[in-house]
Design a protein around this ligand. Structure first.
Ligand SMILES: NC(=O)c1ccc[n+]([C@@H]2O[C@H](COP(=O)([O-])OP(=O)(O)OC[C@H]3O[C@@H](n4cnc5c(N)ncnc54)[C@H](O)[C@@H]3O)[C@@H](O)[C@H]2O)c1
Length: 355
């Protein structure tokens, strides 16, 4: 990172808005594509206000000033990191900067909301988790999809046994671009599914295989990941920046029911199918009878909340009430471990890597 990051007591940043009793003050670093969503959602909470934005690009600063004329905007992240009146730092910059910014924020006594993927390496994530614990601070990793109505509903169907034992999680997450320069397509798109699987599936995976290819800018732009779980549960992810169409489709197969999640559908995002296959052994030992069950399909109601709004509210609540978020540093670390293993497998042309 070009600028060295400071630890110590800085100054108080100006803020002209109202701050009620117990309101947390948030500083957001990174106002590119995703940053504006973070600012908007933390600023709109009852118990938090964004008081400052930092971005080193003049264009991003201009956009921030235009959207929030009263907010303090700077290119120097040290001002936010050391400010005496900032409680929470949100790190919304490219992945390679997450570790250093999050570390400086924790060292300065700030809680940290950090974008996915948490860090570049598991060792960095472990260090941040240890630092936060030592300083009694919270880390939340922005695994946004966990706060969508669809994922919440799927979790319910798994927990209450509607789907039965799971056979597979199979996801297609493809589109044309947005090309990232610092990470390959797996680090860009797979954290969504890996964090969803981590949240939905109780068992932890034991091995991963990844294959893929790079065509344009030196990093893999198409990849296929296979994740092996105990009990024959298998996960498969297709991530691709070179697809002519955008697809966000996940199938979850269970012993009792199967479901389809099409995130691009406006209304009926989830469909549950009462379909399945049953095997019975016939009278002769070698005779296997296959029967197909094709029952009803229904589209359960899915809460239409903005996931980031719910996530920001949850983080504020975790800080104010000293609760550990479920999408904490540990959850971020589990995803980073899978990504690192997937990278190793990709480099070795699909070698199976134990987790
Ligand atoms: N949760 C989600 O669904 C989701 C969606 C998109 C992006 N993201 C994540 O958000 C992060 C940012 O992605 P993006 O698409 O907004 O990237 P981006 O390149 O559009 O924006 C990043 C911004 O950070 C600024 N920046 C970089 N280093 C900085 C520093 N040291 N100090 C101050 N500013 C700095 C850049 O000038 C840029 O404006 C990534 O980690 C990405 O994975 C998450």
């Amino acid at each position: 990172m070009a600028t060295s990051l400071s630890v110590g007591s800085g100054s108080q940043l100006p803020y002209r808005g109202d701050l009620g009793e117990g309101t947390l003050r948030v500083g957001v670093i990174g106002y590119g594509y995703w940053g504006p969503n973070i600012v908007r959602n933390f600023h709109a909470q009852e118990k938090s206000r964004v008081i400052a934005i930092c971005d080193k690009s003049a264009n991003s600063q201009r956009r921030a000033r235009q959207a929030y004329p009263d907010m303090y905007v700077t290119d120097d992240c040290n001002q936010l990191l050391t400010a005496t009146n900032v409680d929470v730092i949100a790190v919304v910059t490219p992945v390679w900067t997450h570790y250093e910014l999050a570390k400086a924020a924790l060292e300065n006594g700030k809680h940290v909301f950090v974008e996915k993927p948490f860090t570049y390496t598991a060792a960095q994530a472990e260090e941040l988790i240890e630092l936060a614990e030592r300083k009694n601070l919270k880390i939340m990793v922005d695994h946004t999809f966990l706060f969508t109505g669809a994922v919440q509903r799927m979790r319910q169907f798994i927990d209450d046994g509607t789907l039965g034992d799971l056979y597979y999680y199979d996801s297609t997450r493809v589109n044309l671009g947005l090309f990232q320069h610092d990470v390959n397509v797996m680090w860009d798109l797979a954290p969504h599914d890996l964090s969803i699987m981590d949240y939905l599936i109780k068992e932890k995976p034991d091995a991963i295989v990844a294959t893929g290819e790079q065509h344009l800018n030196g990093v893999a732009d198409i990849a296929f990941l296979t994740i092996f779980y105990p009990n024959k549960l298998i996960g498969h992810l297709n991530v691709n920046w070179l697809s002519p169409v955008k697809v966000r489709m996940t199938l979850i197969g269970g012993e009792k029911k199967m479901l389809v999640w099409n995130d691009l559908e406006a209304d009926e995002k989830l469909k549950v199918y009462d379909k399945g296959v049953e095997l019975k052994t016939g009278e002769e030992v070698y005779q296997t009878l296959v029967s197909y069950r094709t029952g009803d399909m229904w589209a359960p109601k899915v809460e239409q909340v903005e996931a980031l709004k719910a996530e920001a509210a949850y983080f504020i609540d975790c800080i104010l009430n000293n609760r550990k978020p479920f999408n904490d540093g540990e959850a971020g670390l589990r995803v980073v471990r899978m990504l690192q293993a997937a990278d190793e497998s990709l480099q070795k042309k699909g070698k199976i890597i134990q987790l």
